[in-house]
Design a protein around this ligand. Structure first.
Ligand code: FEO
Length: 394
């Protein structure tokens, strides 16, 4: 018999249990995102006449996960493994699960099974249950209904809605960085997760939200982060805003790429000028040193961005070039941008930053663009003050 505390932690309801794992040892999620508070790989069990196991976990945690599953199953065996997403942070233990439970059938869509064959050499003769849009899988008093969610965040993704308890198993949707007991609040780390992981696919997220509109949802069980049980409209509204690419709030990100510190000084002074002008929310990011994923998050959070870059090899200083490429790949749009460049003999950064943003929809570049020749002086400071007023009055 489980202790009360343990029961609280794993019981989503009497018949739906959490069997996921925290990974606090991982250095970089997807080999690129810092996760100071780790990440959780969520997995669930639905215990009914038939038992459904909802997704597996990263291969880093197979043993611990199988123990969790066994702990909740007791003497029972899962009838189904529902595979909502084939990215290895969730599919990494499929082969181990298929071997541990040889009678268990695997539930996915056509794309799931073609990806499964690419990742694993499994004999699935008689073990495949292929589902399509709207199809149901009865488990007893519980019924799972499947909805395809292509590109949220891979093409094979599907979500499952459990009809009797009104639970949405939302795949990566509504996920966040951080282990389950992480301190950082949902909005901050879910936003960083959303824009960096799913941000490119706003239109597809909107399509999924439309499908969710037709469902009465009481709980959301994502593949990362906490189970959402209250005030669901808050989370859904955030997803509506983020996926529309509209700014979440008024504010400015000042992102700089500086070689020897002069551009950094200009950016920091500029941020202060913005605050003096009355701007309440100003975030500053050193693109060489700070978490670029967080800078990208702030670029999407706020309605304005100021880029300050040194010129380097007649081009952009690489940290700025890389940041602009990230913004482009995540569909940065619908915002106001101001540019500050630095160059000792042939400044070109402002022109190149503007060029890089040319293909972004509804991005307005403010004038004047400010050029620093090596270091700040009173003339440049005056131009920066004018630019700060233009940004504040946007
Ligand atoms: Fe959490 Fe797209 O995997």
């Amino acid at each position: 018999m489980k202790g009360e505390k343990e029961q609280r932690e794993v019981w989503i309801s009497e018949q739906i249990r959490y069997v996921g794992v925290d990974d606090r040892q991982i250095d970089l999620f997807e080999s690129q995102y810092i996760v100071p508070e780790g990440v959780s790989y969520n997995s669930y069990l639905i215990l009914d006449e038939r038992v459904a196991l909802m997704d597996t976990v990263d291969a880093r945690k197979t043993g611990e996960w199988l123990e969790n599953v066994k702990g909740q199953l007791g003497e029972r065996k899962p009838d189904y493994l529902v595979i909502s997403h084939m990215e290895p942070d969730h599919s990494g233990s499929i082969a181990a699960a298929a071997a541990a439970y040889p009678e268990m059938k695997l539930v996915g869509n056509a794309k799931t099974f073609s990806m499964l064959a690419q990742f694993f050499d499994l004999d699935l003769e008689g073990r495949k249950v292929e589902v399509s849009e709207g199809e149901c899988l009865p488990l007893g008093s519980h019924t799972l209904q499947f909805f395809m969610a292509p590109m949220v965040h891979w093409p094979e993704v599907m979500v499952a809605y459990e009809q009797s308890e009104k639970v949405l198993f939302s795949a990566d949707g509504f996920g966040k960085f951080g282990a389950l007991d992480a301190k950082k609040d949902w909005t901050c780390e879910a936003r960083r997760y959303y824009f960096n992981i799913v941000g490119k696919y706003g239109a597809q997220v909107q399509m999924l939200l439309k499908k969710a509109d037709g469902l009465e949802i009481e709980k959301i069980c994502p593949l990362h982060g906490p189970i959402l049980t209250e005030n669901l409209s808050y989370y859904i509204d955030k997803y509506r805003t983020w996926s529309s690419y509209c700014p979440e709030e008024r504010g400015v990100l000042v992102a700089y790429a500086s070689i020897h510190g002069h551009t950094a000084q200009a950016a920091r002074e500029f941020a202060e000028m913005l605050r003096e002008a009355g701007e309440e929310k100003v975030a500053v990011a050193d693109l060489s040193r700070s978490d670029v994923a967080e800078a990208l998050e702030d670029a999407f959070r706020y309605d304005a961005m100021v880029l300050a870059s040194s010129t380097y090899d007649a081009g952009l200083f690489p940290p700025m070039a890389a940041f602009l490429e990230r913004l482009r790949s995540k569909n940065y749009q619908k915002r106001t941008v101001a540019l500050i460049e630095n160059g000792t003999w042939a400044p070109a950064a402002a022109r190149l930053m503007a060029q890089s943003l040319e293909s972004a929809k509804e991005v307005r570049i403010l004038e004047p663009r400010v050029t620093i020749r090596s270091s700040l002086n009173d003339t440049v400071r005056k131009e920066l003050r004018e630019l700060a007023l233009a940004v504040f009055g946007r």
